[in-house]
Design a protein around this ligand. Structure first.
Ligand code: F3S
Length: 708
């Protein structure tokens, strides 16, 4: 038979804490008598163990020995009884589970606010008696929805659950109250440990035919567990110890489940499991390792009872641990055991529970505690107060985080290290970042480049250098710009080291000036593209050819490593137009171009991109020209004849005069051909249709200079 044990079986947080508290109290008693008020937990075997430590159980404080020490059990007591006893000089050690204390506090505050308090639970149970006591005995108790029938309730009702209630019963009672109350405040005080234990037990009971539930018969949560398992369909046996197990329960069973109540010591559960495994082995007739070891034992060697070793180990676990001593300002480790909306309860291994109020959880305080921590999280906390008046240790996660953050920042500043932090918000003068503590980045240190709207950084994780660190004034000033600067200088150095003259690189135009453009050739490294290197033809203003942000390819034509200057050329990254001029143009060809410059000795005409020719003053017109500007102006579109091409000298000679002559001749020829064609066509039918050459030529639009 396979035996599966529930992970949640055994002591819960509250019971373990109470047992540790009792053990420590007995150790520190210095001869005083120690009593628990009622059995400390609902498990006879665990109570026996306490007796062996000198802790007896008494039923009430009536006639209590003022020299004794009295431990309140996990279920708690009505607050008034504790208060009266303390006033009578009786030493009380409060072992009430923090979750039960919480239920008492909520009940008291509901009552103070004028609500009718209803407790869903067992009216005889000490926990419920304590909660009712917290309301000066005004709370009503219901076991089930049926108890609420016929009750005359106040308009405003507050409902609280016994921590070991099933959620189903609590929900049904709440449904009933919703029908009756005008206003209902619901406090689900069912302990999460209980819920988890119940859910796991029900799941196992649906899976396995037999469930064994281990724990005291006087334990409400163990009894509830057994009931749940039965309802989920498993044959369920509630036992206190392994001695009650009967092999007949497991006949034909291949797999059985075991769970235990919150007050069941682990050694008892382990004993039960061990014995169940033995049933299986006996039924199969297989010799177990245990039996084999009995056979091989020497006669002098003492026999070891099967459960003796686990029990001893479990006792060691429970009793050997001592409580932590605490002092205000100390930073300690804590485990989250419950997360409420407005506070978090943590286990700190101390005689009292730790409470972290919402405002002490994070800076700024979160909307809900569950946004920051979850049950089971291990966190560091700062001790704010040892007792908040209700026996709780007040703790702060925020301050522990801040302490850690300052330590880290001090070290980073000393080593000039770069730190990382998330930008939380933009303020008037800069940015606020979250370092566990608040840091400030002045606007001038947000970036090495101008950024118009700093909110682009909000939500981003960025690297920073620490400019100022003043713990006394809580002042942390950071710079992102310095990190960028450092990065830029490093990259620039690398870029210079790898840069080769003649390399063709991708670049982005960053700035334009009269004398050229600054081009980023990667990682913020800029080179100068002089105006003379922008195009093969003459460029007057860089902005005529380029715009900021334009992507271009440039050739590296000069590197001044000493002064860290780079010269770039755009035109040299493109083919030289003079290298193909002979293929594209011939002497005698008539071309159309634009006058780019007019000088004393003639005019320059651009006939293609990067190619300009000179029309000498003598070639401007078929008459004497005193000043070239009398005939042409910059921007004029003209026809010109190519007189000569000299690619090596980058020279082309042009003539407007000859172009006109040629064009006029061509026009005359064309006109003549047209007249001849017309005469032939019209002469035959009618002589009156004859048109003179002059008339026809006058209608032809001859080529001439045109102006823009
Ligand atoms: Fe406390 Fe929950 Fe245990 S209420 S005693 S931790 S079951």
């Amino acid at each position: 038979m396979e035996v599966d044990v529930a992970k949640s079986a055994g002591f819960c947080f509250g019971v373990r804490r109470a047992m540790e508290l009792a053990s420590q109290t007995a150790e520190d008693a210095k001869g005083k008598k120690v009593y628990s008020l009622g059995p400390l937990i609902h498990n006879p075997q665990a109570v026996e163990k306490l007796v062996s430590l000198g802790i007896g159980a008494i039923d009430s404080l009536d006639g209590a020995d003022p020299g004794g020490i009295y431990i309140v059990r996990t279920h708690g007591l009505p607050p008034k009884i504790i208060e009266d006893a303390r006033q009578d000089g009786i030493t009380i050690v409060d072992g009430t589970c923090p979750f039960v204390s919480r239920a008492q506090r909520w009940a008291a505050s509901l009552k103070a606010d004028g609500y009718q308090v209803i407790v869903v639970g067992d009216p005889e149970h000490p926990e419920v008696i304590g909660i009712v006591g917290a309301t000066d005995d005004t709370a009503l108790v219901c076991r089930s929805p049926g108890d609420l029938e016929g009750l005359d309730l106040r308009r405003r009702v507050g409902v609280i659950a016994q921590t070991t209630q099933t959620f189903e019963n609590f929900r049904r009672c709440v449904d009933k109250l919703l029908e009756k109350a005008e206003e209902l405040k619901i406090y689900n005080t069912i302990c999460t440990a209980t819920t988890q234990r119940q859910e796991e037990a029900a799941r196992m009971a649906r899976e396995y035919p037999v469930m064994v539930v281990v724990g005291g018969r006087n334990s409400a949560n163990t009894t509830n567990l057994a009931e749940l398992c039965r309802k989920a369909g498993a044959r369920t046996f509630h036992v206190e110890t392994m001695d009650e197990l009967d092999p007949a329960w497991f006949k034909g069973v291949k797999k059985a489940g075991v769970t235990g109540g919150a007050s069941t010591p682990s050694w008892i559960i382990e004993g039960v499991v061990k014995k169940m495994n033995e049933f299986d082995n006996e039924a199969l007739g297989v010799e177990t390792n245990e039996e084999a070891s009995k056979e091989s034992r020497t006669p002098d060697e003492p026999a070891i009872e099967p459960a003796a070793r686990p029990a001893a180990e479990a006792e060691k676990d429970i009793y050997s641990e001592t409580f932590r001593s605490l002092s205000v300002g100390q930073i300690i480790n804590a485990k989250v055991v419950q997360v409420q909306n407005d506070e978090v309860l943590v286990d700190i291994g101390y005689k009292s529970e730790g409470v972290i109020p919402l405002a002490e959880l994070k800076d700024p305080p979160p909307a809900a505690a569950s946004d920051v921590v979850s049950v089971g999280d291990e966190i560091n906390v700062y001790v704010v107060k040892l007792d908040d008046g209700e026996g709780n240790v007040v703790l702060s996660k925020r301050r522990a985080d801040a302490h850690k953050a300052w330590e880290y920042l001090r070290e980073a500043k000393a080593k000039n290290e770069t730190i990382e932090a998330t930008v939380r918000e933009r303020t008037k003068g800069g940015l606020l970042v979250d370092l566990g503590v608040r840091g400030f980045v002045p606007a001038s240190h947000a970036s090495r480049e101008y950024v118009e709207d700093l909110s682009v950084f909000v939500g981003k994780k960025l690297p920073f250098k620490i400019l100022e660190l003043d713990e006394g004034r809580r002042n942390i000033v950071l710079s992102h710009k310095l990190v960028e600067e450092e990065e830029y200088l490093k990259t620039k150095k690398e870029t210079f080291a790898n840069l080769q003259e003649g390399a063709i690189l991708d670049g982005v135009v960053k700035r334009l000036t009269n004398f050229g453009a600054f081009v980023d050739i990667g990682h913020g490294v800029e080179g100068l593209l002089h105006v003379s290197e922008i195009a093969w033809s003459r460029v007057k203003q860089p902005s005529d050819m380029l715009s900021i942000g334009q992507k271009i390819q440039v050739k590296v034509i000069g590197i001044d490593r000493e002064n860290e200057r780079i010269s770039l050329s755009l035109k040299q990254a493109m083919p030289d137009p003079w290298s193909t001029v002979a293929d594209r143009f011939q002497t005698g060809q008539i071309v159309h171009g634009e006058v780019t410059r007019v000088v004393d000795f003639g005019a320059f005409v651009r006939i293609a991109d990067g190619l300009e020719g000179l029309v000498h003053v003598s070639q401007l017109a078929d008459r004497h020209v005193a000043k070239p500007s009398d005939v042409v102006n910059v921007g004029d579109r003209v026809d010109a004849k190519i007189l000569n091409i000299d690619p090596a000298a980058h020279r082309i000679s042009l003539s407007i005069k000859e172009a006109h002559g040629a064009l006029n001749q061509a026009a005359e020829k064309e006109a003549k051909e047209a007249v001849e064609g017309q005469t032939t066509e019209v002469a035959a039918p009618n002589d009156n249709n004859f048109t003179s050459l002059g008339e026809i030529a006058g209608n032809i639009d001859l080529p001439k200079l045109d102006r823009k």
